[in-house]
Design a protein around this ligand. Structure first.
Ligand code: AMP
Length: 114
């Protein structure tokens, strides 16, 4: 059994509110939402950080982004706007080492981020 919590969510071994699932990608609600809508979009295959992506993963990364954009648009945030974020390693605050795209929407988000 994997020790990676997001691998275990992708495998259905631990519960999550699943928002999208296909052969390569799973999206689910963040457990500690930072906005009225806060989803995480992950590859089913384990990839620890953005640094571990190869050129062969370009289409997979595009798919993560497109799924995130579609989720936001389906909920009516397309015009108003939303933020997508990949955190990588310590300075960015990455806490789960399985690549994930945050999709945040439903409030005005400040810039620059903290
Ligand atoms: P990051 O800090 O970029 O690595 O983001 C990790 C995110 O995963 C955080 O926003 C957490 O709230 C979220 N998270 C951690 N465990 C779970 C879980 N079991 N289900 C859903 N979201 C989770």
């Amino acid at each position: 059994m994997s020790t990676c919590i997001f691998c275990r969510i992708a495998a259905g071994e631990i519960p999550a509110t699943i928002l999208h699932q296909d052969d390569e990608v799973v999206a689910f609600s963040d457990l500690t939402p930072q906005a009225p809508f806060h989803a995480l979009v992950i590859p089913k295959r384990h990839v620890s950080t953005l640094n571990d992506l190869a050129s062969a993963d370009d289409a997979l990364v595009g798919r993560l982004v497109r799924v995130g954009a579609t989720l936001a648009q389906e909920r009516g945030y397309g015009v108003r706007g939303y933020r997508t974020v990949f955190n990588c390693n310590a300075d960015a605050g990455q806490s789960v080492f399985h690549v994930h795209l945050h999709v945040l929407a439903g409030r005005s988000l400040t810039w620059p981020p903290g």
